[in-house]
Every structure is written in structure tokens, then in C-alpha cells.
Design a protein around this ligand. Sequence first.
Ligand code: ADP
Ligand code: MG
Length: 878
Amino acid sequence: MAGYTPMMEQYLSVKAEARDALLFFRLGDFYEMFFEDALTASRELEITLTGRGAGMEERVPMCGVPYHSAEGYIARLIEKGYKVAICEQVEDPKAAKGVVRREIVRIVTPGTVMDTKAAQEAANNFIVGAAESGGRFGLAACDLTTGELYVTSFAAAREAVKNALNVYKPAEAVGDEAAVRLIREESAASGRTILCTERSDYDAALLANQFPNERWAAHEDVRKAAVARLIGYLGETQKRSLGHLRTVKAYEPESYMALDAFTRRNLELTETVRDRSRKGSLLWLLDRTRTAMGARLLKRWVDQPLLDRDAVDRRLDAVEALHRDWMRREGIREELREVYDLERLVGRIAYGTANARDLNALRATLERVPALQSLCRDSGASPLAAIADRMDACADVAEAIGSAIADEPPVSVREGGLIRPGFDPKLDTLREASQNGKRWIAELERQEREATGIKSLKIGFNKVFGYYLEVTRANLGALPEGRYERKQTLANAERFVTPELKEKEALILEAEESMVDLEYETFVRLRDGIAAQIPRLQQLAEGLSALDALQSLAEVSAERRYTRPSWSEGYDLHIEDGRHPVVEAVSESGSFIANHSALTRDNSILLITGPNMAGKSTYMRQVAVICIMAQIGCFVPAKSASLPLVDRIFTRIGAADDLVGGQSTFMVEMKDIQVMTEQATERSLVIIDELGRGTSTEEGMAIAQAVIEYVHDHIRCKALVSTHFHELAHLENSLRSLSNGCMAVKESQGGVTFLRKLVPGAADSSYGIYCAQLAGLPDTIVSRAYSLIESAQRPAAATVCETAAAFSPVPNPEAAVVQLSMFAESPAPEKPKKSNSPAQDKVLEKLRRLDIMRMTPLQAMEWLNDAKNLLTESGEPS
Ligand code: ADP
Ligand code: MG
């Protein structure tokens, strides 16, 4: 290294502490980067690359950004996945002997950014710590801006890691090699960048120190290791005490409904499939929160539906109380409007970055608490009263802020104007002195104008010359000789000073400087004092976010006429007039068609056939979404719903249907099915949409049938299966608990109308050619396709079956329309072989079941009459 200048040597030694970060090296008013960092930064930020003599013959590459605008540049680098180490001058350059001492004060990384853009307020920014050992995976997820820390563990399998990461969507991960490898694989597969850093340190003292109230002995080793690595990393990068990170929220993955990544995506819980936007998702629909922290909590609720019935009921009780009482709900919403993001305020207070406006926001928030408490207490709902009881209005904190901080303080805390007059007599004296001085100067200006007769004479101030008298060139002649000392010449004016002006100026500036210093000190003392109250403030934040999330659910439920679900004891699921909440919300008012659902032990699998666009996918998702909404604690879009607690929802869409993601292949589909066979239990809900699409028809159908049989015989969970293989309808005969259903379609001259009503029975066509016709294919192609089909057509299978009537509580008038054949209009259809009509089948079936020995002759007569009527009504020759 010999040959470098001392400053460059200092640079290199600082850089050695942050090899994997871009080093922003403070030189005067700039942050400079050198060597590789300069090349990278100039490329990424599109700033000019220069060079600097460093004592060697070669100049080294350099580029820089002004310190006052560094924030934007840093944010851009972080967004691109870099870490940025900020190196500051840590002593006064004037006092320094030799090179000014410099140190890294913080390393900013994607998972530890503290300044959040408004757009991200409603989302968390997580960094995860991870550890893998003995087949177990420990995960610690932390949001540094809010001080939340969640810890869990599970079997170290790709699938489980993927599911956990999907809840947190971390920007960054730290952990041992094996753990990080799993995370990297997942990050690559999902296309979401997670910046990974390997480390396997474990510092027990550090853990104990950061979380003094935690009983670490009770935690599984991989959990401890995950937290330890995270805390180690945060310590090294943040270089400050993390006073807001004090509570560990540990949980078992089994406490929540298991939702794999695909299912979340497919059900569009927090983002849409199409463009991954929040708009159009279930969360978007349910989010009527008034605070950013409430919005973040609601997102966690949607991400993690509960399995504990008591816990769900507590939420539902609260939602019901607010649902029924519009006035109270409005009152709460009104109060919440003035509640700020307490979690992040607390984060900034702990970080020492909160300004006076933040403290005023804190006070405004605290002042809302008493009113919210009484609104909750009088609600008659014990969960709301419990929230009120856990809230601490922290009146002492509010009062301390109120008495010290000015009403409209500036953003900067270094320029005075923070502290309220009357708070500190010493400060008042200084302020008085400065104000007196300024009054004196105003008076001087008046006197001088009078004495000289120059109306435009004025006294101004700038940072270089201090106070001065300014006279325009035209008026210079009117000035008395020798009174004024010339200081500066402008284009059309001259500036002067006088000894007494300078004297006063010194007094004013001195007072102002002391005032600014004293204000800053007072402010910091107050902020540090509040930092000591962080646990109380965090507990309050929890209560406020919960209340906000609950009122949000109540608001949507009331507005959209949702009903409170009840819990069915055991297995069965009944939904009367269920709707898909999002499809309903975005369709024209009143146009959504409600449908029943009944999945019971005897009818646990519903096989839905029907053409494209008939509404199959929507129907199946609606059942899943209703279960999720219920387990979040929300009312559901249905006339009534009696639901079991579902432990897992599994959805899979046939490969060909999933073009949007662009990553799904038949292989992925099969792997997912494999996971389902392994993990689904009797309490699960399985949804398979368009099973077996990605391969040949014969194979696809064979696989579909085999999977359905497996679910029926081995898993015995509730399942909704849609297929375009209407040939699979025969499964109803061999699988006891499977019934057929289809989406009703009405055919007429003009074409096909989708009734979007689920009816018993199977569709007899996929209407694929009809679709082709709709799409405008040439008539030649369409009619050729029809004639090909006809020549290949086996005799049409029996159409609508009555056996599935069990899931339709009311007889369905539309049931009959489905069986109208598509081919009736096409030329010369082959006549199907004569077989029993459904009515005949029904009569025969009834006859078989008849217990003649227990009938009176009259009953027998009546029965015969009914049977005859049935046949006549359905058009059978009598
Ligand atoms: P499929 O899966 O049978 O092809 P989808 O479920 O995708 O059909 O539904 C097609 C379209 O029909 C959806 O985009 C939706 O707008 C509309 N739709 C579905 N179900 C209903 C319903 N119950 N009421 C009104 N419109 C519906
Ligand atoms: Mg579909």
C-alpha cells in the first residue's frame, strides 16, 4: 500500500470494513466513491466518472454525489440490490491533526432502509434471519421500521421455506450457508430478489441483551440461531442500539391456515395474478383501514388466517359489534383519522431520527386514545373492551411533548423554532435578546431612511456579510460622507455597514447560535426520554392497529351486506347464496349470480363440468375465499354460511390455464399435486381447476381420474374439481361421495348464454368449437370442426343426473336447460342410441327403493299416480 496518500490509506482501511457495500466516503460536501465502487456507482446512477490523484502515478477512478442530495442516490442503489456504507467525518475538520477521523456510521441495505416512501406505508419491509440444522429451519422476520420481530420454525423443506417467505416477502436474508441456499433457490424461482448474506455467528450475550425479557432456553435451537444472526447483522450494519426491537413474537406455523404460494396467488389474496397489483385483490377489497399500521396488520391477517376458533370468534364478535352499530363505527373511524403511524414513529424515535413534527404527530395520536377507549368500552363487545383495557394513552408523554414542542416546528431540528416559548426561561432570554436585536435593527432602518431621505434604503442579511444597509446606485449621492463603510458592490446598489450595526449583529448571532444549540439539546433530551417509554407505545400501537383492522372488516361487511359465518361442528360446509367478493365488487351492481355450496361427508367432492367462461373457476374460488374470510374474522358474502375450520387450502390450476405467470409447466403442476397428496388432511379444502390440461387428452384424463380417486379414497377432504373432460362425469357412479355439477348454460338461436348458476349434473360438451366460432374463426373451419366431432362422437353420455340434487337445497329450474345439445343446430347430428330418460331413471330408482310391505293400498295408489305424472310432465309417452 506504500505510496498512497494518508487520506487514501484511510479510505482503504475503512473500505476493508465494508467489502460487500458501496462505500460513500464523506469528503467535505460530497460523498465520494473510489475504485470498483466508483465504476459501479457511476454506471448505476449515471453520474460522471472522474479520477483523483491518490499518491501513486495512476489516478484512481472516482465519482461523487453532494451530501445534501445523497438520499435519493442511496435509495436508488438500495433498490437495485446494493448495500451502501455511509462513512462520515467524526471530528471537526478544524480541530483535526492530520487527516480528519472518519468512520462508517451506518450500512444501509434493502432490508434495513428506514425512510419509507409513502407508497410503501401500507406494507412492511422485512429482513429475515435464517438457520438450518438437523432437518429444521428457523426463521426470524424483522421490520426495522416498526420494530416487529416474528420467529418460527419448521421442517427444512423447499416447500415450507417457500411458504414462509411468501408471508414476509423479505427484501433481504442473512443466515448460515444451508439456510441461505434454500432462500436463494426460492428467490431465483419466484423471480423476487432477496439480497442474501451468509453468516453463522451465534452470540448468546447479544441475544440476552437485545431481548432481556425473553426466555431463550425455551426456544428451539434453530430459532435462536436465526434471531442471533439477524441481531448480529443488524448490530453491524446499523451501529446503534435498536431500542424498539424488544419483543419476540414466536409462533408455530400450525397456528395458521396453510396456504402455499400458488394458492395465495391464485386466490388473489393480496395481489392479482395478472399484474401483481394490490388493486383487485381480496386485501384491496377488505382494506378500509384508516392508519398505515392498521393496513399492515390487516395484510398479515389476510396472509395468515387463523385456526383457533376462539381467536376467530373474538375477532368476529368485535366485527359484529361494529357492524351493527354504525354510529360507533363512524366514531371510531373519525378518531382513527388523526392517528398517525405509531409503529414507525416509535422506530424513528428509537433511531434518533424523529424530528419535532414527528413528536407532534405522536402527541396528536395519543390524544385520540381516550375517546377510542370509551368508544370500545361502551360497545358491549368484550374483545373491544379488552383492546381498550390494554391501551395506555401515555398521557405523560403527550403532556411532555405538548409543553415543550412548538405548534408548527420546522422539519430540521438544527435550526431552532422547535421549543415552545415559556418552556425554558433560559431559552426565552436568548430569544428575547435576538428579538430585541432584530427590533433594534428595524428601528435603525427607519431612522436611517428618515435621516437620509432615501425611501428605498433597507437593511438585509446574508450568511457571508451578515447585516448590511443597501442603497440603490441612484440614491448614493444622498448618503452622508464617512458614516458608512462600503462592503459590497452590486449591479445597481451598494451595501454598507456601520460599527454599531456590526456590534448588534454579533449579539444577535450569538444569541441565535446559543438558542439553536439549546433548543436542539432540549429536543434530544425529550426524544430520549420518550425512547425510554417505547414498550408502552408499542403496546398501544398494537391495540390501535387491531382496532383499525377490525373496523375495516366491519365497514366492508356492512357496506357489502356480508353475514357472520357460523361454525359447523365437524366436517360439513354449507353456504347459501355465496358470492365471490371481488368479482361481485367489480361487476355491475346486482349482476353477480349467487350460488349454493354443500360439501358433506356424503358429498365431499363436487366435479364441475361446463364450457369456458361458464363461471367454474369463480365458483370454486368463491368457496375458498369465503373460508379464508371467515377465518380472518370477517363476515362473508353469502346469505348464510356454516363452515368448518379449514386447516389448509390447496388450489391448483391446470398448466394450460396458467399462462399469466409464465412459469407454470405440466411438471410443476404434477409436483404441486404431489405436495397436495402428501399434506392435505381431512380438514383441508382442495380445489383443482382444469386438471390434466398440460398433456395429451388420454393421459390428462387418466391422471385427472386417478387424482380424483385418490382424494376420494385416501384424503377424504372436501374438494372442488373442475374439468373440461366432461367424459369424467361417470365417476359419480363409482365414487360414493362425488357428485356432478355444472354451470347452467342456455342455448338459443343466437348462441349460448351463461347463466352462472351451478346445477346438478354434468355438461355434455365443452363448447370449444362454439368458442372458436365466437372468436370469429372462418365458417369453413368451424363447420369442418363440427363435422369432425360428429363423425368421431360416441353416443352422448347420459346428461343431467339427478343424483347430485343433494347439494342444491332448492329445486333448480335451470337444471333442465343444460341438457339441450349444442349439436341440435348443426347439420345432421347422429341420433344418440335410445336410452332411459332421466325421468325414467328416477322412477326406476324410486321403484327399486320402494318398501311395498310398509305401504297402505292408498299410498301405493298415490305413488303410482305420482310416478305417472312425473313421466308425463317430462314429456315421456304415457
Ligand atoms: P370458467 O372457469 O368456467 O371459464 P370463470 O369462472 O373464469 O369461468 O368466469 C368467467 C367470467 O364470468 C368471469 O370473468 C366473471 O366475470 C364472470 N362470472 C363468473 N361467475 C359469475 C357469477 N356467479 N355471476 C356473474 N358473473 C360471473
Ligand atoms: Mg376457469
